[in-house]
Design a protein around this ligand. Structure first.
Ligand SMILES: [Fe+2]
Length: 417
C-alpha cells in the first residue's frame, strides 16, 4: 500500500505498468476501470434475469448481488469518502450489498441474498452506470495531492471486483449443478488443457527462502510482509493430480475407508454422502461432471477439480505423499519448476491460513478485507480457470474452509526426502 500514483502499476494487475505522471495515471486508471467493469458484465451477460437472482447455498451469492456488491465497494470506500459531491445512488443499497464489513454498517443476512428480487437486475444495471460515471469523474478530477490515495482505492476495488468475477462463475455453476436439466453457461467452453510432458517430482532445496509480496506491485495485505521461511528438502509434483488418479482412489475405497480421513473429514463424508468430487455423478454407469459447458464425461487426463481440503489431504495420504505447504509451493513456483501453477485449479496446501510474521491489517473498514478470516481456513495457491486474466500472482493466498469444494480446487502432491 506504499506506492504512489507515479510508481509502477502492478505487473499483471488491472492497470498498465509504467512510470506515469498523474495525468497519465488518470487515463490509465480510467481504462483499467472500464476493462474490469466490462468483464463483470460480460460474464453476467450469459445469464438470464432468473439465473441472476438464484442463490443455491449460503456460501454462494446471486450474480445480481455480485454485480451490485462490487459496485457498492466503490461507492462505500472510494466515492463516499473522497468525492464530496457524490450522492448515494439508493439509500437502501448499502444494507443490501455490504458483504461483511462491520465497520461500514449493518447488512443483509448472507444466506438470504437470493430472496432479494427487488431491486431488480435493471436497477442494478442503473446502479453500476451511476457509480461508473462517478468513479471516472473522480479519477479525472481528483487533485494531484489526493490522487495517489484515490488510485490506490480504485486499484483494490478492481482486484476485489476480479475476485467476484471468479465467484460469479463458481456460484452459478453450483446453482446450475442443482438443476436436473444441466444448464449450460457457455456452450463453447472447454476445459483448459494441462501441460503434457514427463510427470514426476522436482526438488526444492532445503533452506531459508524469502516469500510473500515485496510491495513493488499490487498485493492484498495478507501477502505481506515479505519474510523468510525455513523449509526442508522437499520434492513437489510437477503436475496436478488427475481424474484418472482420482478414479483409482474411488475404486480402491478412498471414500469408504475411515482410516484415511481426518475426523472432521470423515464426518463430512458421512454427512454429505460424498463418494466422488463435487459435481460428479454417474450417468449410464459412467462418471460425468457438471462443467460450464454442462454435464460432460469425466476426462481421465484432466486435473481433478472440486475437491475439498479434506479430500485433498486424504488423497495425499492414500498416495503415500503429502500436500505441499504454501511456502514450499511458492518457492517451487518462483523457481518455475512446476507446471500448471496457474489457470486450471487452485491448489490446496497443508498450510493453515494465518498471518505472516509481523502482519498488520490495514486501518479502518478495509482492514476487514482479509485479516479477520485468519482462523480455521486452509490456504490455496495458484489460480483457476475462472480467475480473470492478470489477477494471479506467485504470492497470492486464497483461503477456504476445509469442506468447501464448489470452487475450482485441485491439488498437487509433495514428498520429503
Ligand atoms: Fe466482496
Amino acid at each position: 500500500m506504499a506506492r504512489t500514483a507515479t510508481s509502477p502499476a502492478p505487473r499483471g494487475g488491472p492497470a498498465p505498468r509504467a512510470q506515469l505522471s498523474v495525468d497519465e495515471a488518470r487515463g490509465a486508471w480510467v481504462q483499467a476501470f472500464r476493462r474490469v467493469r466490462a468483464e463483470t458484465e460480460a460474464r453476467a451477460a450469459r445469464l438470464s434475469a432468473e439465473d441472476q437472482i438464484v442463490q443455491s447455498m449460503a456460501d454462494a451469492s446471486p450474480t445480481k448481488w455480485h454485480r451490485a456488491h462490487v459496485t457498492w465497494f466503490f461507492e462505500q470506500f472510494l466515492l463516499a469518502p473522497h468525492d464530496p459531491s457524490y450522492k448515494i445512488f439508493d439509500q437502501r443499497f448499502p444494507f443490501l450489498f455490504n458483504s461483511y464489513y462491520v465497520a461500514a454498517g449493518p447488512r443483509h443476512a448472507r444466506p438470504q441474498r437470493g430472496l432479494i428480487t427487488r431491486p431488480n437486475g435493471g436497477d442494478v444495471t442503473a446502479y453500476r452506470a451511476h457509480v461508473d460515471a462517478a468513479v471516472e469523474r473522480l479519477i479525472e478530477q481528483v487533485s494531484p495531492a489526493e490522487a495517489a490515495r484515490v488510485f490506490e482505492i480504485v486499484e483494490i476495488g478492481l482486484h476485489h471486483e476480479q475476485q467476484h468475477q471468479e465467484l460469479l462463475i463458481t456460484d452459478i455453476l453450483h446453482a446450475f449443478a442443482q438443476n436436473p436439466t444441466d444448464p449450460v453457461f457457455d456452450e463453447n467452453w472447454q476445459a483448459p488443457r494441462a501441460t503434457q510432458g514427463p510427470r514426476g517430482y522436482v526438488d526444492v532445496p532445503a533452506g531459508i527462502h524469502t516469500v510473500g509480496a515485496d510491495g513493488e506491485s499490487f498485493c492484498f495485505d495478507n501477502e505481506t510482509p515479505l519474510h523468510d521461511e525455513l523449509i526442508p528438502h522437499v520434492r513437489i509434483a510437477r503436475h496436478l493430480v488427475t481424474n484418472a488418479e482420482w478414479l483409482e482412489f474411488i475404486a480402491t475405497g478412498g471414500y469408504t475407508t475411515p482410516s484415511l480421513w481426518l475426523s472432521d473429514g470423515w464426518t463430512t463424508v458421512q454427512t454429505e454422502g460424498w463418494e466422488a468430487p463435487g459435481y460428479w455423478r454417474q450417468k449410464d454407469g459412467v462418471w460425468h461432471v457438471m462443467t460450464l459447458a454442462g454435464l460432460k464425461p469425466v476426462d481421465p487426463a484432466a486435473p481433478v477439480m472440486h475437491v475439498s481440503y479434506f479430500e485433498a489431504e486424504t488423497f495425499a495420504r492414500f498416495a503415500g505423499k503429502h500436500l505441499p505447504s504454501e511456502t514450499e509451493w511458492e518457492v517451487a513456483a518462483r523457481a518455475g519448476v512446476i507446471a500448471d501453477a496457474f489457470g486450471i485449479a487452485w491448489q490446496w496446501t497443508r498450510s493453515a491460513y494465518l498471518p505472516y510474521p509481523g502482519y498488520r491489517a490495514a486501518e479502518g473498514a478495509l482492514g476487514e478485507y482479509n485479516g479477520k478470516f485468519m482462523v480455521s481456513q486452509m490456504v490455496l495457491r495458484g489460480s483457476s480457470l475462472a480467475t480473470p486474466e492478470g489477477h494471479e500472482r506467485l504470492s497470492y493466498r486464497n483461503f477456504f474452509y476445509p469442506p468447501a469444494r464448489w470452487q475450482f480446487t485441485g491439488l498437487r502432491l509433495a514428498e520429503f526426502v
